[in-house]
Design a protein around this ligand. Sequence first.
Ligand code: GLN
Length: 215
Amino acid sequence: MASNFQKYLKKTCCLSEGGNFLDNRIKNVGVLALQGAFREHINSIKKCGANAVEIKFPDQLKEVEGLIIPGGESTTINKLMNKYDFKLYLDEFYKSGKAVYGTCAGLILIAKKVVDEDFGLGYIDVEVERNSYGRQIDSFEEYITLGFDENKKFKAIFIRAPRIVSTGSGVDILSKIDDNVILAKQNNVLVSTFHPELQEDTRIHEYFLTMIGKA
Ligand code: GLN
């Protein structure tokens, strides 16, 4: 139950629906727009009251304080990243402590290790396996509990999702289904195996916004 003080904060705009404290500065968030579900992330970010920028070229990273790498096809995004020389700039972005959120294919691209693949930028200490839920259930929805807001379930949509097969000790686990980690954070990096941008609830995007500027 929200306290009167929380209700007051929500009314006066410092507390989001998800209960996260928002500072009143408008943040600039980039969404890597090479392939995949980038438009939906742009909409979610705008819904949270932040500025959203489609990132198509590496030098645009200078304009933003956080970056979402969307779901899509990791092999395609990887090829396009190489083609446009993104990785060097992205490494700089990540090393400077700016916040990075990888969803689904985006997670595959920034994981430390990917089973049977040679990509994975190593920004978060997890090992992932692509398309790990198999063909029969290649898409599914599940109501999950978020570690930072347990009051209300969150609808998680999985599409040919990767599975996190192991996590290092420095990784905070924010949600699980059975034994499978599906949402996790390490310092300035957030990852999910599902697509939070494909439905109305913006609590994970709000949480990501609170990670921005903490470096
Ligand atoms: N199966 C895709 C891949 O391996 C990821 C799917 C997604 O991003 N929804 O790249």
